[in-house]
Ligand binder design. Structure first.
Ligand code: CP3
Length: 340
C-alpha cells in the first residue's frame, strides 16, 4: 500500500486529499503543553528524542493525519555554524546578531553530531508511526534561517538581512552557501534515518525583488535539492516560499522541488492557472478560518477541495496552526475532509 501523501507527491490526483497541518505538534494540544512544561528549554526539548518523538505522535493519535512532521525547529541549523540560539518565553527565538565581518569566520561544524538527536527522533518515529502515516522531515530554507541569524531573532521587515544582500553580496552569498551545505547534511541524515518526504520552510520569501528572490530563495533551494540528489536521496521535496506571490512561478521552474506549499494569501485560481499542472500543490486554508470554525470553516474547506479537484493536492493550512485553535475545530476539519 502506498501512503496517500506519497501518491500525491508522485503526481496522482486523489478524490479525497490527504491532510496534515503545519505546526500540528504544538501548544493548541494540552498533551503537548504537558510535555513542553517538563523540558528545560525549547532547544533542549527539540534535542531530546523521547520527548520529540512523543509530541510528533500526539496529533497522529488524536486526528490520524496522513503525515507526521518531525518535531524540531528551523533554528537548530545556526548551532551547526557555531551560533548560540535560545528561546525567550513570549518573545520567540533569540540569536547573537551576525555582521558581514562575522560571516568570514563561520565554519560548518559536526552537523551529524550536533543534530544527531534529531536523527534519533526520526529513527524512533519511523518505527513508531502507523503504516499508513508518512514521515516528513524538514529544515528552514537558507534565506529564512539567514534572516534570523543576521537580525538576532524575528524582525518586522528583515531590514538588516535585506541590506546585507545589497551592501555585502559576497558575505551574504557565503552565508547562504554555508547554511545550504549544513542543511544538506542535516536532511541527508533525516532521510537516511527514515524521513520519507522533506520540506523546506522559507517563511520570509515575501517582498523580495526579482534578483534577490533568484539569489536568496531559488538558488539556495536548488543547491539543497541538487546536494540531496547527489547524495542519493530520492525523497520528494516540498518547497514553501511563503508569500512569494508571482515568484512562485520561477520557484516552480528553477528550484528543483517536487511540490510546493501555497500560503493562504495566494490567489487559488491564479495558482491553478500559472503553476505546472502536474506539480503537487499543498495548502491553503487560512489559519484564522480554522480558529473561527463553524460553517465558515466548512465552506472554505469545500472551496479549496473543489478548486484543486483533478490536481495532485495535499490539504493543509497556508501557515502554521495557532495555539488558540480549539481541538474540536481540528476534529471538524478532518471529518469534513474525509467526508465522515
Ligand atoms: O510543524 C510541526 O509541528 C513540527 C515542528 C516545527 C516547529 N517549528 C516547532 C515549534 C516546525 C516545522 C517549525 C518551523 C519553524 N520554526 C518555522 C517555519 C514555519 C513558520 O511557522 O513560518 C519558523 C519561522 C520557526 C522559528 C520559530 N520557532 C519561531 C518564530 C518560534 C516562536 C514562535 C511561537 O510560536 O512561539 C518557534 C518556536 C516553536 N517551534 C514552537 C513550536 C511548537 C512553539 C514553542 C513552544 O512550544 O514554546
Amino acid at each position: 500500500m502506498t501512503k496517500s501523501i506519497l501518491k500525491v507527491l508522485n503526481g496522482e490526483a486523489l478524490d479525497q486529499p490527504p491532510v496534515w497541518l503545519m505546526r500540528q505538534a504544538g501548544r493548541y494540544l494540552p498533551e503537548y503543553r504537558e510535555v513542553r512544561s517538563g523540558a528545560k528549554s525549547f532547544i533542549d526539548f527539540c534535542l531530546t528524542p523521547d520527548k520529540a518523538t512523543e509530541v510528533t505522535l500526539q496529533p497522529i493519535r488524536r486526528f490520524n493525519f496522513d503525515a507526521a512532521i518531525l518535531f524540531a525547529d528551523i533554528l537548530l541549523i545556526p548551532m551547526t555554524l557555531g551560533r548560540k540560539v535560545w528561546f525567550e518565553t513570549g518573545e520567540g527565538p533569540k540569536l547573537d546578531p551576525l555582521s558581514a565581518d562575522d560571516i568570514a569566520g563561520l565554519e560548518i561544524g559536526d552537523v551529524e553530531a550536533i543534530l544527531g538527536p534529531v536523527g534519533q527522533t526520526v529513527a524512533n518515529l519511523s518505527v513508531a508511526l502507523p503504516a499508513e502515516t508518512a514521515l516528513i522531515g524538514f529544515a528552514g530554507s537558507p534565506w529564512t534561517v539567514a534572516t534570523y541569524m543576521i537580525e538576532g531573532g524575528g524582525s518586522k521587515d528583515r531590514w538588516n538581512a535585506r541590506r546585507m544582500y545589497w551592501q555585502y553580496p559576497h558575505a551574504m552569498a557565503r552565508l547562504l552557501d554555508l547554511i545550504a551545505d549544513a542543511t544538506i547534511r542535516y536532511l541527508v541524515m533525516q532521510a537516511r534515518a527514515g524521513a520519507e518526504v522533506l520540506k523546506l520552510f522559507d517563511s520570509w520569501a515575501e517582498g523580495l525583488p526579482p534578483p534577490m528572490f533568484e539569489d536568496m530563495v531559488i538558488r539556495p533551494t536548488r543547491r539543497i535539492v541538487d546536494g540531496l540528489r547527489a547524495a542519493g536521496i530520492t525523497c520528494p521535496v516540498i518547497g514553501f516560499p511563503k508569500g512569494a506571490g508571482p515568484n512562485y512561478i520561477g520557484y516552480a521552474e528553477r528550484s528543483g522541488v517536487t511540490a510546493m506549499a501555497l500560503d493562504h494569501g495566494l490567489n487559488t485560481q491564479w495558482a491553478l492557472d500559472n503553476l505546472p499542472e502536474r506539480m503537487p500543490l499543498q495548502g491553503q486554508l487560512d489559519p484564522a478560518a480554522l480558529r473561527a470554525g463553524g460553517e465558515a470553516l466548512d465552506a472554505e474547506i469545500d472551496r479549496i477541495i473543489s478548486a484543486f479537484r483533478g490536481r495532485p493536492h495535499i490539504f493543509n493550512l497556508g501557515h502554521g496552526i495557532t495555539p488558540d485553535v480549539p481541538v474540536a475545530h481540528v476534529e471538524q476539519l478532518v471529518r469534513k475532509i474525509r467526508g465522515e
